[in-house]
Design a protein around this ligand. Sequence first.
Ligand SMILES: [Zn+2]
Length: 414
Amino acid sequence: MNLIDPKIVLEKKEGVVEIKNYINKLKIVKELYTLGNNTASNICQLVGISLPTVNLLLTDLLEENIVVKEGRGQSQGGRKPDLYGLAPDSFFILGMDLSRYGAKAAVYNTKNEKVTKVKTVKLPLNNEPDTLDRIHEFARDVIQSSGIPDEKVIAVGISMPGLVDSVAGVNHTYLKSGKKSLTAQLEAKFERKVFIENDARAKTLAEFKFGNKNTHKNVLGIFVDWGIGLGIIIDEKLYRGYSGFAGEFSHSPLFDAKEISCSCGKRGCLESVASGGAVVRLAKEAIALDKDSILARLSEGKEENLEPAIVVEAAMAGDQRAISILSDVGLDLGRGIAILIQLLNPELIILGGAIAEANQYITTPIQQALNIYSMAKLREKTSIELSKLGKEVGLRGAIAIVNEHIFEDTIQSH
Ligand SMILES: [Zn+2]
């Protein structure tokens, strides 16, 4: 069974039964990929085909080494049923995590496990046509050096910043060269399926799927790096909004900070007072006031390219100004989060990104702000947790997006 390009396979197939079997096999593969190991009777319910047919197709898939037996499932009375799962090496996905200044990539197997080292490259995101070529070259290099046969890497997931409309396959902020959609251009270069998503949404989905294993239904992911990314999961589904841009939390006009302009060009945005960018701006002021502080010493030689992580490191080492910067930023961020809680009543808020590394130095002021600004009844039921996936969250996000959508259009079109 060829999983690389179902469309080509389908065009070649002639008989109606043959096509139907192929689509049904694809449905089984999709369920096993998305939900993990399962029994024949559960697969039968999920896919909506009869048990004898499922058994027949599973036998085929076992012979083709796409599916393997993975022990026994829970007994429903009587003998424990066989558990089926995808063979880990039946296909692979390339995950790419693009940020404003660099890219990361690694290959993952059908169990969503990383099978190569994470490679990184300096690759500024912009709208130059050759940036797409550079992304493709980097990806090709990662696949080639993995030793995995090229044709086994069947899709590419890309998590990236910007206003991303993942359905239309367009990023309205970056990589805007060419007449075709970004996804169409990437698919032409990669010669395989490509899925793109806004980074905060991809990361939230990864935390939901892989970090918390679908234990909560209504989840917000807040990722505080230079800006503030928000992903919204409502009833277990990523919420994208009408045009695909839901979650532009960073540019909520919440503050009266007229003197500070935001990266979006407006004033008074949450980002201008409560992001990594704000932390760095405040840290530069603090360094100018006290050149002997821990913060000043850690920043020596890096004043121009000061990163939020250095301020977090200084706070962890006990620098009072760094601690109070994080406290101020946390209070403002908490005020923003209070609005999200009032609006969306989430069960769980996952906090990630460079600023979340500050741990209690940022969660304590956030909690304090929530005590002040949100209603107790709503707040009490919302837990706040730190990201479980850490620095790999962007790559896992790219994989999570592929995991959700792969084979979907082929299945839908039949
Ligand atoms: Zn803004």
